[in-house]
Structure formats: structure tokens, C-alpha cells
Design a protein around this ligand. Structure first.
Ligand SMILES: CC(C)(COP(=O)(O)OP(=O)(O)OC[C@H]1O[C@@H](n2cnc3c(N)ncnc32)[C@H](O)[C@@H]1OP(=O)(O)O)[C@@H](O)C(=O)NCCC(=O)NCCS
Length: 209
């Protein structure tokens, strides 16, 4: 299938939400049961790395990132959202979008991407695994329905992976100064939140795909 990967723009809002609705309807993509307003969707996702796959005027799918926490230590960690229109699934669109999302996330200084995937969502598991994600754990009884949720993570960049140093006795090597999301970090959490994340993004839970 022919398509081009392009930045998502405001005019794509309705079709992005319609494709999200189709994903919700599978029952295996997300805990969400209702499509958000465009304002809520846009407030919950990072402003960069919003990508659509276009075939002429049609949007076939989209990918975007959400912050996982307002704490500075997680500044380079983001959650993947990827949704393909019903008629375009299984044709390689998801793979192309996820690869491009990873590339753009790295260009924006992100070092780890994660995804919460229901074990029944075979297509999403295959897609993430083939792009370098691995299962790092399973949460039981998350959400009202009590469904288990597998957590997939990909450490995309060698730099500044703070979690890798937890518990080490020796001082952590100083990373080379590069422009990462931490460059935007302020000393207090409040100022960091004001600077980087919207109110809606602040309330995002780690285990809510
Ligand atoms: C999951 C989803 C994003 C995958 O995108 P896609 O464009 O359909 O997938 P692709 O055609 O790029 O295929 C990617 C991989 O998944 C595999 N795959 C695709 N559809 C599959 C299916 N129905 N069952 C099992 N594997 C499948 C492909 O064989 C391919 O595997 P490979 O890389 O090992 O060769 C898409 O199906 C979708 O939007 N589903 C509904 C919303 C959703 O679940 N989003 C993810 C939430 S975590």
C-alpha cells in the first residue's frame, strides 16, 4: 500500500479521533471506552512526534507519544500510542509509523519508549517486538475490568538511562551534555510541570494505555 508519513496537523483531528474510536471498539487496544475531545487528546500527548500515514487525502493511521510522569527522572520516557484505520490494518502501516515514531523520539532526546498492551492484542505485540520492544512485566487486575496488562519497553538510546543506574554504589558517569527533555527540567516539580506538560498530561497514569 502506498502511503507517506507526515506530521499530524490540527485538521487531522477528526480522523485521528475516528481511528482512535475504531481502536477502542476492538476492546483490545485501550482501557478507554470513549473517544476524547480533540482538546483532551492534544493535551494528553506530546507536541512533537505526532505522525500520520497518508494515502492521498486519506489518513490510514497515526502514532504519538504521551509523557509517563511529570518527574524529571522520567523526562526521556514516553508511552506509545499507535492506531491504524480498520481497513488499513495488517498492511505494514503500523510498522512504518512505529519505526518513524522511534526515530523522531530519539531526535527529541527520548531514551526509553514503553507500551501497555493487552495480551490478546497479538498484532500490537508482534509490531512492538519487531521494533525492539520486549516484555518487561505484567500487571494483574488493572482497571475496573480486572484485565491483565503486559508492559513492553524499549530502551532506545544508550544515553542517560537513569533507571539503569539505580542501586549502584559508584557515582554515576556524567553524560555528555546533549539536548534532551531534561534540558527543559526545572528544579521543582511544579515549575517543570508548568513548563513542559499540560494539566491533562500531569494526571496520566503509568498503567493506562
Ligand atoms: C496493532 C496495530 C497498531 C498494528 O498495526 P498494523 O498496521 O495492523 O500492523 P503491521 O501490518 O505493520 O504488522 C506489524 C506486525 O504485526 C503482525 N500482525 C499484523 N496484524 C496481525 C494480526 N491480526 N494478528 C497477528 N499479527 C499481526 C504483522 O505480521 C507484523 O509482524 P512482523 O513485524 O513480525 O512481520 C493495528 O492493528 C491497530 O491499530 N489495531 C487497533 C488499535 C490497537 O490495538 N493499537 C495498539 C494499542 S497497544
Amino acid at each position: 500500500m502506498n502511503f507517506a508519513l507526515q506530521p499530524m496537523n490540527e485538521a487531522d483531528g477528526p480522523v485521528v479521533l475516528e481511528i482512535y474510536r475504531q481502536g477502542i471498539a476492538t476492546g483490545n487496544a485501550t482501557f478507554e471506552t470513549e473517544t476524547p475531545s480533540w482538546e483532551n487528546w492534544t493535551a494528553g500527548h506530546l507536541a512533537h512526534s505526532r505522525i500520520v500515514a497518508r494515502n492521498g487525502p486519506s489518513v490510514l493511521g497515526w502514532a504519538a507519544l504521551s509523557p509517563v510522569s511529570s518527574r524529571c527522572v522520567y523526562a526521556g520516557v514516553a508511552e506509545v500510542s499507535i492506531y491504524i484505520a480498520e481497513e488499513a490494518r495488517g498492511l505494514g502501516v503500523g510498522r512504518a509509523l512505529l519505526e518513524e515514531l522511534i526515530r523522531q523520539s530519539e531526535n527529541n532526546g527520548f531514551w526509553t519508549l514503553q507500551a501497555g498492551i493487552f495480551p490478546e492484542n497479538e498484532a500490537s505485540i508482534r509490531l512492538h517486538k519487531s521494533c525492539g520492544f520486549r516484555e518487561v512485566g505484567r500487571r494483574e487486575r488493572i482497571g475496573k475490568a480486572g484485565r491483565p496488562l503486559a508492559r513492553y519497553s524499549a530502551r532506545r538510546k544508550a544515553q542517560q538511562d537513569s533507571t539503569a543506574y539505580l542501586g549502584r554504589a559508584e557515582p554515576r558517569p556524567r553524560p555528555k551534555p546533549v539536548r534532551t527533555p531534561l534540558s527543559h527540567c526545572r528544579k521543582t516539580r511544579d515549575s517543570y510541570q508548568r513548563h513542559r506538560f499540560s494539566d491533562a498530561a500531569k494526571s496520566l497514569a503509568l498503567d493506562a494505555p
